[in-house]
Design a protein around this ligand. Structure first.
Ligand code: AMP
Ligand code: ZN
Length: 473
């Protein structure tokens, strides 16, 4: 079987065939964060989805170029910069750093390329100029430049490829200057926004006077700069389908820069939203969590990552703290099983993984990243392994092969290994080390003292072939 993905363009499952004639290179763009604040867990659900897709493509043998832009200038950011009374750079640097740190916590691989909008103003201007040349964009009286939906459609292009739009019922002819708007008020949207006093020092020179780019054109310019005018995959959360992605298509295809017969993007994939306790996350509802809020509650990045990738990306996901507790329990089961295998395998040379086991995981993921199916296989593996372990049927070679299976599968899941629940807290491990040192120095009085102290705290020392270990009484 080969990878098939649900393409929002066709609303169908399609076999994934890269544009690269050699079938090797894949270009993937996922709209990055708008760095106006700490990112919330909804945002991270989408970024973890993109990471999973990128990892699975790489696992499937593709050479993936993963581009994630940083939106460091748009309406919301400018409002916040004004409120904070700082410079754009000072304001966004803090949130960009926090975002990258959070991605790391969630074991998301760093994107191959991470363009910032503010560093692509010349490319943005060039793209707007092309649209003006082609008669699809025009300068309005206030000095802003707008994209003309009517002219675009007049060229035989379709506005409304990702979402169905009913032009009869829409209020046409109006213009929208804000970056976010609803389908009902579809209208010419801003490519370049003329400077207004509220923009403060956030402006650049352009052929149309001072101003700044609209949000949508930023992604068109950055994605085509990094990946070429036609590329394979464009990902994002479902809220971006309209207007953001629809506008990206209009701008990029409207500029006529693609080779004949080629689209701007071949496959569009959209992740469904994360809700909290069944409701849209909102600060006003008190159900709003940043990743940092969950870390402060004592959850680990890998537990949160597991929770996100335990459900299919196109399913709406209902986040609850109970769900996170179940994720913790599931990972613990897996960790415990792997821990036992590691103990048995010891320093046995790495053995090849069973291809049949891996094939089962692949068959599930090939089907539009069916993670539930893949986890089903992983947990069958865990229970079978536990049974064999209990029956004493696993020798060190077999244990090593089973560990190799997980190591391979985890290239996609990215959970890594965590501290096992039975793992010894650092303070007791320190005591054990001190006892070893005392024994080495033949200070048996001290070594016995430490042993007794450990025992009083509930830990006994066990001698194993790999040296002494602590075990909970
Ligand atoms: P933003 O920083 O607002 O531009 O959003 C970054 C990414 O997070 C985009 O791909 C959004 O579609 C996605 N996103 C925003 N809210 C949610 C949510 N509640 N659940 C899943 N993804 C979301
Ligand atoms: Zn975008």
């Amino acid at each position: 079987m080969a990878l098939a993905v649900f393409n929002t363009l066709s609303r169908q499952l399609e076999n994934f065939v890269p544009l690269d004639p050699h079938g090797k290179k894949v270009g993937l763009y996922c709209c990055g964060p708008t760095i106006h604040d700490f990112a919330h867990i909804g945002n991270f659900r989408t970024f973890v989805f993109a990471d999973l897709m990128r990892r699975y493509l790489a696992y499937s043998g593709y050479e993936v170029k993963h581009v994630m832009n940083i939106t460091d200038v748009e309406d919301k950011i400018i409002r916040r910069v004004r409120e904070a009374g700082t410079s754009l750079k000072d304001y966004t640097a803090k949130y960009e750093a926090a975002f990258l740190e959070d991605l790391k916590t969630l074991a998301c691989l760093p994107a191959t390329d991470m363009p910032r909008a503010t560093e692509h103003i010349p490319e943005i201007i060039e793209l707007v100029e092309k649209l003006i040349e082609r008669g699809i964009a025009y300068k309005a009286v206030d000095g802003s430049v707008y994209f003309s939906i009517e002219k675009y459609r007049g060229c035989g292009c379709t506005y409304g490829q990702l979402v169905k739009l009913n032009f009869e019922e829409m209020r046409q002819g109006e213009r929208v200057s804000s970056d976010e708007y609803e389908k009902e008020s579809i209208a010419d949207f801003a490519l370049w926004k003329a400077r207004v006093p509220e923009d403060g020092q956030v402006f650049w020179d352009s052929p149309w006077g001072q101003g700044r780019p609209g949000w949508h054109i930023e992604c068109s310019a950055m994605s085509m700069k990094s990946l070429g005018n036609s590329f394979d995959l464009h990902l994002g959360g479902e809220d971006l389908m309209f207007p953001h992605h629809e506008d990206e298509i209009a701008q990029s295809e409207g500029a006529g820069v693609q080779e004949a017969g080629k689209r701007f993007v071949k496959y569009w994939m959209h992740g469904a939203h994360l809700l909290v306790e069944g409701k849209k996350m909102a600060k006003s509802l008190g159900n709003f969590f940043t990743l940092r809020d969950l870390l402060a509650k004592g959850y680990a990045g890998r537990e949160i990552r597991y929770l996100f990738i335990s459900a299919h990306y196109r399913e709406q996901f209902n986040f609850t703290l109970e769900g996170l507790e179940s994720a913790r329990a599931a990972i613990r089961r897996l960790d415990e099983c792997l821990g036992k295998l590691r103990e048995i395998a010891g320093s046995t040379p790495v053995q090849p993984a069973d291809p049949a086991l891996l094939e089962k995981i692949r068959a599930e993921l090939d089907h539009d990243l069916n993670v539930s199916g893949a986890w089903g296989e992983v947990f069958i593996f865990v229970s079978q392994t536990n049974k064999s372990l209990a029956a004493g049927e696993i020798n060190e070679v077999r244990a090593s092969a089973l560990l190799s299976f997980w190591a391979e599968a985890d290239k996609v899941f990215g959970l890594g290994t965590g501290a096992l629940p039975s793992e010894v807290p650092a303070e007791f491990q320190d005591l054990l080390d001190q006892r070893q040192a005392a024994r080495k120095a033949k200070d048996f009085k001290r070594s016995d003292q430490i042993r007794d102290e450990l025992k009083a705290k509930g830990w006994v020392i066990e001698d194993t072939p790999k040296g002494p270990k602590l075990k909970k009484v």
